[in-house]
Design a binder for this molecule. Structure first.
Ligand SMILES: Cc1cc2nc3c(=O)[nH]c(=O)nc-3n(C[C@H](O)[C@H](O)[C@H](O)COP(=O)(O)O)c2cc1C
Length: 358
């Protein structure tokens, strides 16, 4: 119970810090070095644009997932319920935050279960940290899926966060073997997900060879967990942890880099482009350079607390349609044939890695 309480306080602290402190940067997504070309004579109208796509065997009305954030503390069922309701309304996918709290204290299951009640039949993604994933038996991992009737389970690789977190456990030894085993036994797919430092070509290539075929790259440039944990350390007077966090605060692969690297490494996999997607233009750039879906976390939470969640999602979807019109594309397939310009350090990065041509 003691551990669960600590867990619950941490969950609420995370939400509070992300909503109220400066938790983005200093790095950027590098999407600012990606340019789509304005097509002034576009004959596509907004009504012609079709954003529908398939994800986890179900249809989405737009290629968007609300990334996993919450659950696991009293009160979070309200947030999760509302996010689920909005995701259902707009026909997009939804992830929950780490379900570890409900394994440690089953009374908290309801804070996650609520999503299925409100979301209808949209794809819902369960969530667990790599550290717990390696240690849980198959039965416990199965419970994570059953709890919310999940369509997939995301295993998050939060190594950087574990390193700077006061109570962190930064060791994922045994992860690849466990992934292989669980992928064979679990009735739903496993998604490997970062939380804001990105997945590299090497990581995606290796995990793909071990059976992982869905990646949420969560690159750098959006919510920065090193910054979040720095604020937590400061709030509890742990100056050493705060300074350690500050020393590595610009670590990570920018989102644009990670999307391109993941797509290169596993051309037939599903790539979710996330981490710092802050506008419809960002979203369409991510879709153009290799993402199948885009993921958004912190802006959704802020919109929830500002009581404008539906407007936020509606404007994002409308904006994506608008940018497709402006590139002369009817759908994401067509978008992929449109010109894209890669400039500056992103171009140099790709040359240096030998990844030219999109
Ligand atoms: C309050 C909050 C809690 C989060 N908790 C989790 C979590 O439990 N599991 C996880 O995989 N990612 C978690 N994330 C990370 C997000 O899923 C996402 O990968 C990251 O925030 C980058 O997206 P963004 O820049 O749009 O916020 C959390 C993010 C936020 C803002």
């Amino acid at each position: 119970m003691g551990l669960s309480n600590e867990n619950q306080v941490r969950k609420l602290e995370h939400v509070d810090i992300v909503v109220n402190e400066k938790t983005e940067g200093p790095g950027t997504t590098w999407l600012e070095y990606v340019f789509l070309v304005h097509h002034a004579s576009s004959e596509v109208s907004l009504n012609d644009v079709d954003l529908r796509t398939q994800f986890l065997g179900k249809g989405l009305r737009a290629p968007i997932i609300i990334s996993g954030m919450t659950g696991g503390a009293p009160g979070t069922e309200k947030v999760n319920g509302r996010l689920a309701e909005a995701a259902g309304k707009f026909g997009i996918a939804l992830g929950v935050g780490s379900q570890r709290a409900a394994i440690e204290d089953p009374r908290l299951e309801n804070t996650y279960r609520v999503v299925r009640e409100f979301a209808g039949d949209i794809p819902i993604v369960g969530n667990i940290g790599a550290y717990e994933f390696v240690r849980y038996d198959l039965n416990t991992i199965g419970k994570l899926v059953d709890m919310i009737n999940a369509d997939a389970l995301a295993v998050h690789l939060n190594l950087t966060q574990e390193i700077v977190q006061p109570e962190g456990t930064p060791c994922f030894s045994g992860l690849t073997r466990k992934l292989e085993l669980v992928i064979k036994e679990l009735p739903v797919p496993v998604i490997v997900k970062e939380v804001g430092q990105g997945l590299s070509y090497e990581v995606v290539k290796d995990l793909n060879a071990h059976g992982v075929s869905i990646f949420d790259i969560a690159g750098a440039g959006g919510t920065n967990w090193i910054a979040v944990e720095k604020y937590r350390a400061l709030r509890r007077g742990d100056r050493l942890k705060a300074l350690i966090a500050e020393n590595i605060s610009d670590w990570g692969l920018p989102t644009a880099v990670s999307i391109i690297e993941a797509r290169r490494a596993a051309p037939n996999s599903v790539v979710i482009g996330s981490g710092g997607i802050r506008s419809a233009v960002d979203a369409v750039k991510a879709l153009r350079i290799g993402a199948d879906l885009i993921g958004v976390a912190a802006p959704v939470l802020r919109a929830y607390f500002n009581d404008c969640l539906d407007e936020y999602l509606q404007s994002l979807i409308h904006g994506i349609k608008a940018v497709l019109v402006l590139t002369g594309s009817r759908d994401i397939m067509e978008l992929r044939s449109k010109p894209v310009v890669i400039t500056s350090i992103l171009r140099e990065w790709l040359v240096s890695r030998g990844f030219q041509g999109l």
